[in-house]
Design a protein around this ligand. Structure first.
Ligand SMILES: [Fe+2]
Length: 144
C-alpha cells in the first residue's frame, strides 16, 4: 500500500488535526470488522452495494473539508476555488468507486492508495499553501 506521509504538515493545528484524523481513519478502517458489514466482526449483511468503509471515509473527509472550506470562504482565500475543486475531486472519485460497487474489504489497497495518493498531492499543492497564507495573514492562530 502507498505510504501515508506525515511530512506535509501545514503548521496550522486546525488543518493538521483534520488531516491527522484522516490518516488515523485510513490506518484503522481496513482492519477486520471496522466499518464493514462483511466477514469476521462484520454483521454479515453486506449485499455488495454501497461499501460502508468508503462511505465512512467520505463522511470524515466531507466534515474535514467543510472546516477548511469555511475558513477559506470567510477569510477570502484567493486560491479557494482550486482548493475546493481538489476536495471535490476526492469525493467524486470515492463516489465513483461506491457506485461501481468497489468493496473496501476485497479491494482495500485500491481504496487506501487512492486516498493516500490524493492526500499527499493535496497537502503539497493545497493545504500547505493555505496554511502558509493563513499564518501570514493571521487568519488562523498557529498556536491553536
Ligand atoms: Fe484541503
Amino acid at each position: 500500500m502507498a505510504p501515508l506521509t506525515q511530512e506535509l504538515e501545514t503548521g496550522v493545528p486546525a488543518i493538521d488535526a483534520g488531516n491527522e484524523g484522516l490518516r488515523f481513519l485510513l490506518r484503522r478502517v481496513f482492519q477486520p470488522g471496522v466499518e464493514c458489514r462483511r466477514g469476521e466482526g462484520g454483521r454479515g449483511e453486506c449485499d455488495h452495494s454501497r461499501c460502508t468503509r468508503i462511505e465512512a471515509i467520505m463522511r470524515y473527509a466531507g466534515r474535514n473539508f467543510a472546516v477548511q472550506e469555511r475558513v477559506m470562504t470567510e477569510a477570502g482565500y484567493p486560491a479557494a476555488e482550486r482548493h475546493l475543486d481538489d476536495h471535490a475531486t476526492l469525493i467524486d472519485r470515492l463516489s465513483v468507486m461506491l457506485n461501481a460497487q468497489v468493496c473496501a474489504d476485497r479491494d482495500g489497497g485500491k481504496v487506501h492508495d487512492l486516498v493516500a495518493h490524493w492526500m499527499t498531492e493535496h497537502a503539497r499543492h493545497c493545504d500547505q499553501p493555505l496554511g502558509r497564507w493563513a499564518v501570514t495573514r493571521r487568519v488562523l492562530d498557529p498556536k491553536r
